[in-house]
Structures are given as C-alpha cells and as structure tokens.
Design a protein around this ligand. Structure first.
Ligand SMILES: Cc1ncc(COP(=O)(O)O)c(C=O)c1O
Length: 387
C-alpha cells in the first residue's frame, strides 16, 4: 500500500437520507402541537399515499415489516398455511408468515431481474398455500400480471412486498394497484423516509378497516378507546414520522429522478468494466424506483476481500442479499442448506451493493468507480498470474 492509499480521499457511506428544510419544519411544527400520535398527520399521509399509488385506501404502520405481517393477519393466514415468497429478499418477506404461525415456502428467481419466477411459484403451490408474497427486488417490480393470474386461478391472496419500490412502474402501471394489497417501507435508506415506518395500500375498503383495527390494538372500526374486538398490535405510525413522510412524498418524483441520475452515472462508468455487470432493467419496468445500486461481480472475484479493500478506501459496500433460506434461523427451523435454491444462491454469491443515495454527487460516484476498478484490476492480475 502506498502512502496515498493509506488515507482515503473520501468516505462514501452506503446510504444517507435526503432531508431538506421543509422536512425539518414539518416535524418541528408537529412537536409544537399536543398531537404526537393518532392525529391529523397520519390521516393526511394515508390519503396522500393512496392518491400517489392510485388506490382507494392506505393504512400507515410503524414499519414495512409490520405492514407485511398485518396483510397476512388480516387475510386470516395462520398455522398450517403456507405462504410462497422469494428467498432472494430481506428476511421480513419470510418472517411475516412465521409471525402468523404459517410456513414460508420459497420459489427461486429469474437470474436477470432477480425477482421471483412465476413458473417456480406454480411448482411450489400445495393445498395449504394461502398467499403469495412477491417482492419488488431493489426497486424493480415483480412480474405481477402472471402472479395475479396464478393467485386468481388458485384463490390465493396476493400481497406485494413493495418495501423497496415506491413509485416504480411495470408496463405503465404504478406498483400498488395490481395486488390485493402492497406494502411500502420508509426506513432511512429508502427512496423516501419517515425514520421508521411503512404503509399498506389496497383498493379493498373492508380489508383496510381490518388492517387499521389490527394496527391499533384491535379497536373497533370507530377506534373506540376501550373496545377491543380482535387481537391487535400497536403498529401505529406517530405524527412526527407521518409529517416527515408527507413532506418527502411531496417531492418523491424529484427524489426518484435524482436517484435515476445517480444510477446513470454508475452505469456509464461501470459498463466498460468487464468483471462487473451493471443492474439489469427489464423492458416491462417502465419506471425503476432505484432503491440500491447492486452490481454482479465476475465469479472469480473474492467478494469479501474486495469489500475489505474498498472499506480501506473509504467506500462502504454490502452483500445484498444473503438468501433468507440460508439465514441461521431458517436453516435451524427448516433444515435448509446450500443448493436448495441454486439460482438465488448463484446470484447472491456475486452481488455487491455500492454506495447509493439521492444526494450522491458525481464526484462520489467517480471515486467509488475508480476505487472499484483499481481493486478489481488487482484481482484480475492475480488470476492472470495464478498457476
Ligand atoms: C424487501 C423488503 N421487505 C421488507 C422490509 C422491511 O421493512 P422495515 O425495515 O421498514 O420493517 C424491507 C426493508 O428493508 C425490505 O427491503
């Protein structure tokens, strides 16, 4: 290592929320009122998200995970039921079934879009299947038309884990309209944030009523304070978070456009690097909602060593995703092992998420790409000289 390399020229984080003065003012304004929970901001946020998604209803909750859980709870999924989802996702996509005492069943993915493969779904259905939970991986919509057709033919619920995909469009239709319900999430690394938070969108008014009751301790539809009609949870979003969400949603399209620009900068710089494949965007994806920027590395690259080297350069990276079925919890409970989902595992061994956020500068993208090229260049030289 040369002296110049010992101190990174810059530190580039994985993600960073885009917060402006309007966002700060919106939250402060709530703090000057007595309504910090169950007030007007949550309702206004729900109406605004439903309008944006083009659905009749939206129910705000305190995380994407609780939104997914509530969809399955409201659909009556329980012990003995199976829920088909993808192993190439964040663990919550499988856990939502476990919370209900149901069994997550995995279906392998399309190696290009990294989304669940409808043919694989079909092969995993049994008499016990109650619902399908497709995931819009990294902000690219899942093949919802085919999944809708399968769900309808078998009488199954279709609950879209759109936690990574607010604003994405497939064949001109915005994510949220085509499933029985879809869930968006607003953790600070997401396209827009509420701190912690999530929201469920649906066209079904009575389903939304059950979701709202379940999120609010099982209170009746009128929200009567001491009248609990079902076993509910406290999954409520608070007013400060909803105010931040409303403010962010007001400029969501601008946030998504800026993220698309950052993705373009990456694509331009990385397309010449033969050891790296840039993200594939399917022709059906008429709008990508860039959540993260994930490249695929040549299989000969030692990813762990590359990540450590980039860390030394001040560049944060993540191995998105570690497959759900290979998480210790799932191996232990269901005896999953390497080889069970070969496409997912092949992809997951080679993916690398690079720093990616709305306000990322071209200079930061340049730096990440320059360091990546340099570090990969060294790896390539090692293969060339290997015996
Ligand atoms: C695909 C997917 N599902 C579910 C979640 C859970 O969302 P939250 O962290 O808000 O609970 C996430 C969050 O990262 C996600 O990426």
């Amino acid at each position: 290592m040369t002296v110049a390399e010992a101190v990174p020229r810059m530190w580039v984080p994985m993600s960073s929320p885009s917060i402006n003065d309007d966002d700060v003012a919106a939250v402060l304004e709530v703090l000057r009122t007595p309504s910090l929970s169950m007030g007007p901001q949550v309702r206004a946020f729900e109406v605004a998200v439903a309008n944006y998604a083009g659905t009749a209803e939206a129910v705000a909750v305190n995380s994407g995970t609780s939104g997914l859980h509530l969809c399955l709870a409201a659909a009556g999924i329980g012990p003995g039921d199976e829920v088909v989802t993808t192993p190439f996702s964040f663990v919550a996509s499988g856990n939502c079934a476990l919370y209900q005492g149901a069994t997550p069943v995995f279906a392998d993915i399309d190696p290009l879009t990294l989304n669940i493969d409808p043919n694989e779904v079909e092969g995993r259905l049994t008499k016990r299947t109650g619902a399908i939970v497709p995931v819009d991986v990294f902000g690219q919509p899942a093949p919802i038309e085919d999944l809708r057709e399968i769900a309808d033919r078998h009488g199954l619920g279709l609950f879209q884990d759109a936690c990574e995909a607010i604003g994405a469009e497939r064949n001109g239709t915005r994510v949220g309209k085509s499933a029985d319900a879809a869930v968006f999430a607003f953790y600070p690394n997401k396209q827009m944030t509420t701190g912690e938070g999530g929201i469920i969108v649906t066209d079904d008014g009575s389903f939304a009523g059950v979701l709202r009751s379940l999120a609010n301790q099982g209170r009746d539809d009128a929200g009567t304070w001491m009248n609990h009609v079902r076993l509910g949870f406290n999954y409520r979003l608070d007013e400060m978070s909803a105010a931040l969400g409303l403010s962010q949603l007001g400029r969501l399209d601008a946030l998504l456009d800026r993220r698309a620009k950052v993705a373009d900068w990456y694509n331009q710089r990385l397309s010449a690097l033969t050891a790296v494949a840039v993200p594939f965007v399917a022709p059906e994806t008429t709008r990508m909602s860039w959540f993260v920027y994930v490249v695929r590395l040549d299989e000969r690259i030692d990813r762990a060593a590359l990540m450590t080297a980039l860390e030394e350069d001040g560049v944060a990276t993540r191995p998105y995703f570690v497959p759900i079925h290979l998480q210790p919890l799932y191996r232990e409970r269901f005896a999953y092992k390497p080889g069970d989902f070969p496409v997912t595992e092949r992809i997951a061994r080679t993916t690398l998420a690079l720093p990616f956020f709305t306000d990322m500068t071209e200079d930061q993208v340049d730096y990440v790409c320059e360091r990546l090229a340099k570090r990969i260049g060294r790896a390539v030289q090692t293969w060339a000289t290997a015996p």
